[in-house]
Design a protein around this ligand. Sequence first.
Ligand SMILES: NC(=O)c1ccc[n+]([C@@H]2O[C@H](COP(=O)([O-])OP(=O)(O)OC[C@H]3O[C@@H](n4cnc5c(N)ncnc54)[C@H](O)[C@@H]3O)[C@@H](O)[C@H]2O)c1
Length: 415
Amino acid sequence: MKIGIIGLGYVGLPLGLAFAEEGHDVVGLDADPRKVDALRAGESYIEDVSSESLAAVAQKLAATTHYEDLAECDAVIICVPTPLTQAREPDLTHLIDAATSLSGVLQRGQLVSLESTTYPGTTRERLRPILEESGLAAGRDFHLAFSPERIDPGRTDFTVRTTPKVVGGLTEACTERAAALYGEICDEIVRVSGPEPAELTKLLENIFRSVNIALVNELAQLCERLDIDAWEVIEAAATKPFGFMRFDPGPGMGGHCLPIDPFYLAFKAREHDFYPEFVELAGKINQNQPLWCVTRIEHALNDVGKAVKGSKVLILGVSYKAGVGDIRESPALKIIRLSRELGAEISYHDPYVAELPELDLRSAPLEDELASSDLVCIVTAHAEIDYERVVAEAPLVLDFRGVTRGLKAENLVRL
Ligand SMILES: NC(=O)c1ccc[n+]([C@@H]2O[C@H](COP(=O)([O-])OP(=O)(O)OC[C@H]3O[C@@H](n4cnc5c(N)ncnc54)[C@H](O)[C@@H]3O)[C@@H](O)[C@H]2O)c1
């Protein structure tokens, strides 16, 4: 098959690679010419995709910025971002732009599959009419489906092949066509009755995480008041072999999905005069978690007789999760901004993030910063860091990830 991928980011690039590795011809399209140039030069810009794996499929994976190159594809998969507007409402501009360009080159017999996370109804109500501006009818002249992406950047125990893939087409034939496509790279296909259940499945998965993370974040706040170690409680609860699923508290939720997806559902719900309070409460607790972390910074410094103002605070890890360089919605950014507002002198170290231009910061070498900081905050716990050494060398350590759990030291405070 010849498969087009629109949007070569965290989702699109690994997907394109998976098809190319199965021997299919892949045309990867991105609006960002720098990404296209990098791929043409054989350079990956995504941690989970090595440049060696790209080199191995160099003949099978072409990169382009031209939509005309998609005209010869059997299937086109859309993986563009679905962020929020300033007013925290769904921003479908990337999707609408991509769909408009695609409709200009859409061919009879093609399959179009949307993978971007979005609210139920997007495929049918927003994507379909734009594609039909081509003069072709969805479900008759071309196939249309939604298949949510489940990639978890940095995860190695589950791959594209071993993660079941949910597909829901506009018609049964659309579903079967999409199932056949994804069956090339996934062992298990889960068919649902249409695009809407498939769209909502993805939102449920992420909201499930958001709600449970909010629960343990709130528990951590309560534990501070009760002077109980939240980690000890969570670890003990996690020994229950049934009816409990472990989630860990932290400095807040980041990334392109968890902080954003609940707003997509809330938006759709409001259209139907329904207010999903559970979902919104979880979002509120998680969004406020970095503020609470800043209070913890104030208290930790206060306990050693220091004010935030003028103190040197080193933030350890600024990406939104361990093992990746993605800083979208990262709670570290909020913690840095709020601490700066209180007068802290901030530096950071992150092996995955060389600079934060918006905050005018560059990753500082750990060895220079540890002893000279008043406080080191572990915000994102990358595996490469030796936390025992951090606790041994820094005057004061505040651990928001529980990564120092095995250690006991006078200068160590945990969330
Ligand atoms: N990152 C994840 O872990 C993850 C997991 C599951 C689902 N998703 C969802 O998948 C979608 C994509 O996320 P991502 O993390 O890959 O985003 P990303 O920003 O890493 O990649 C998206 C790419 O699309 C390109 N693009 C934007 N508009 C375009 C257009 N009109 N035409 C062509 N290319 C265009 C961008 O240049 C970018 O390279 C989102 O809806 C996201 O919610 C992401």
